[in-house]
Design a protein around this ligand. Sequence first.
Ligand code: RFL
Length: 412
Amino acid sequence: MAAAPPSPQPNSPSRESRSVVVVGAGPAGLTIGNILRAAGLDCLVLETETREFIERRPRAGVIEEWAVRGLQQRGLADTLLERAQRHTECEFRFDGQRHRFSYTELTGHHHFVYPQPLLVTDLVREYADVRGGEIRFGVRDVELHDLETDRPTVSYTDPESGQRRFVYGDFIAGCDGARGVSRAAIPAERARVARHDYGIGWLALLAEAPPSSDCVLFGVNPRGFAGHMARSPEVTRYYLECPPGDDPDNWPHDRVWAELQHRLAATGAPPLTEGPLIEKRVLDMHNYVVEPMVFGRLLLAGDAAHLTAPIAAKGMNLALHDAFLLGDALVAYATTGDSAGLDGYSEACLGRVWEYQEFSQWLSEVYHGASSGDPYRAGTTLARLRRVFRSPSAGLAFAESYLGKDRTDPGC
Ligand code: RFL
């Protein structure tokens, strides 16, 4: 944990207090802020980036139905429900063939596709402009202090005045993502961090090109995995498996499109519609889980507590799940003194977290076995994939995990 803060002068303008200080304005932090504001609690959200930056940062797109229902119950899904696409099928391409998988036919449930920047834009607007929530952008050098006392504190440097400011809270919600300071504020001996490195990289691409299919495509190919996901009628996300740590400059425009065309080729499939690449970055696939997600009065939520590589498109869904549970628990405690939600918070989140971790690992084998260079792994993972299409019960099990509907959690 960071050192205790120097005591500010009494009545100093740099010293304030709030019921809850939320560190980070991603989907987790903003959802918590909105839940707290709806209950009339005073909270402060601190964010290192600008509002314009977080409203444009491209990331997730796939949102699970229970997560949308959770947002809707909290008055946060009006625009999403108007604008999001509904997806009912995905298509695997392997052995040169197309294999459609209609998960809605099997389960009656679907996915929503709504780009994360649009969701963040909706959540910031609702929090700051509608519910009157306070948010400070561009804060610097955020530190957490006194987390095991009943006056936990966040300090930061104000970007305009350069002044060091201290905000005391009853609780601190650590929602500052994978690279934030909250997770690091927990002493190593007080939390177990379980890590998994897939040893695989994905070149994550955004193309200014219309989607080339009406559904998500997964290419399982001896040269590596490739994925296609619609983001909007004009923009498509693509992924290409690559060595971890690869340099995006090794992937010029022509090489990217040649590789995508090859790995997603199948009999009867039209060629992909190409376009300029507006994002190109290499993601090293690794996961972690922090247990417990609570240290004193600091409660972690979202990527700060657990990272899920985008293999199974689960990270933002888990961030929303944490946020629903934590927001509701903080409101219950502040309004009725009921601490059951806070006491059970970590355990309630981790059930879903571990199930999604397991599915992510299962799916990673399916995607990457064929290109592992190990013919035994290639054989077994292709057998796993064929079984999903051959066996109705295997198909149903896959559909439920893919949709995240194999759990029923209160409040979601
Ligand atoms: P975020 O979104 O990272 O937000 C954290 C916020 O905290 C700020 N911050 C700080 N603020 C104050 N003080 C500090 N010291 C701070 N340090 C950082 C950051 O600027 C940021 O604004 O975390 P959160 O809220 O937990 O949300 C997690 C999701 O963003 C993440 O899990 C998803 O994007 C993962 N993910 C996907 N998830 C899905 O559920 N479905 C998908 O389809 C999906 N696709 C993806 C993805 C992630 C991707 N990348 C880039 C890793 C696709 C990609 C390519």
